[in-house]
Design a protein around this ligand. Sequence first.
Ligand SMILES: C[C@@]1(CC(=O)O)C2=NC(=C\c3[nH]c(c(CCC(=O)O)c3CC(=O)O)Cc3[nH]c(c(CC(=O)O)c3CCC(=O)O)/C=C3\N/C(=C\2)[C@@H](CCC(=O)O)[C@]3(C)CC(=O)O)/[C@H]1CCC(=O)O
Ligand SMILES: NC(=O)c1ccc[n+]([C@@H]2O[C@H](COP(=O)([O-])OP(=O)(O)OC[C@H]3O[C@@H](n4cnc5c(N)ncnc54)[C@H](O)[C@@H]3O)[C@@H](O)[C@H]2O)c1
Length: 211
Amino acid sequence: MIDYPVQLNLHNKSVVIVGGGKIAERKLLKLLETGAKITVISPTITNTIKANVAQEIVKWKQKEFFSEDIDDAFLIIAATNSPKINLQVLESCNDQQLINLVDNPVQSNFIVPATITRGKLSISVSTSGASPGLAKKIICEIANQYDSSYESYIDFLAQCRTEVQQKVAEGEMRSKILKELLNHCYYDLTKKGLYEERQRKFQRLFKKYDC
Ligand SMILES: C[C@@]1(CC(=O)O)C2=NC(=C\c3[nH]c(c(CCC(=O)O)c3CC(=O)O)Cc3[nH]c(c(CC(=O)O)c3CCC(=O)O)/C=C3\N/C(=C\2)[C@@H](CCC(=O)O)[C@]3(C)CC(=O)O)/[C@H]1CCC(=O)O
Ligand SMILES: NC(=O)c1ccc[n+]([C@@H]2O[C@H](COP(=O)([O-])OP(=O)(O)OC[C@H]3O[C@@H](n4cnc5c(N)ncnc54)[C@H](O)[C@@H]3O)[C@@H](O)[C@H]2O)c1
């Protein structure tokens, strides 16, 4: 059996993190940009979590976990330092909820991969829990190859793709143009900041394919 990789849209979804230590903080920092409504349940929290609570970005219930705390949650992270409490969180879940136990990949119904993001580009690596350290090492290697210039390169590709979809109705022609757009020269022009030349080159594709 293998895991099924997905990209979750958590905008306005209720997310509960149980525990407020170092690992809860790491999970929280990744969740902040998703637009989820995040609540932390824990008697203590780190200074970084506190700063987010003070700015009302995150809610904090300063208490020990009780099963009602996750009643309305779409996604739950059990990140206490007690395997017993983390299992109690699991037992309080219903079948429709997504639950990650930070100390128990076998019982979790999802795990978190190592990820880098460059705007709309997101690259994730998972070892299915076999070696999280290796997932992190591989993602660090990939990070050098896909530097920050990919952020505007992806935006350019997205804009071109929309224009191609609007102007080119015929499927085969459309896929030929979209394939040509992936030619490395567009990335090179992005990297050099030659945006007008990049745009002219893209527009010439429509002439080339007579559309
Ligand atoms: C990728 C990353 C994402 C993230 O957390 O956001 C992530 N762990 C990261 C780092 C990391 N974690 C650990 C080390 C120490 C070295 C080592 O043990 O290897 C390092 C390295 C470091 O910190 O440098 C220890 C560890 N991790 C887990 C256990 C419990 C167990 O295995 O039972 C223990 C033992 C605890 C103990 O000994 O007490 C469990 C999980 N960790 C996962 C994800 C999931 C599997 C992902 C996968 O394999 O694909 C899974 C199953 C559940 C989950 O957390 O979702 C993040 C890198 C982020 C970054 O880029 O910085
Ligand atoms: N998944 C990973 O990547 C990874 C990496 C390293 C460690 N771990 C695991 O994560 C666990 C947590 O590590 P940590 O460094 O964050 O621990 P920590 O000691 O820094 O934090 C534990 C937190 O849990 C809270 N807590 C304890 N009992 C609670 C309860 N009944 N209800 C609510 N909150 C409660 C504490 O107040 C504290 O905020 C470790 O036990 C370890 O097994 C996971």
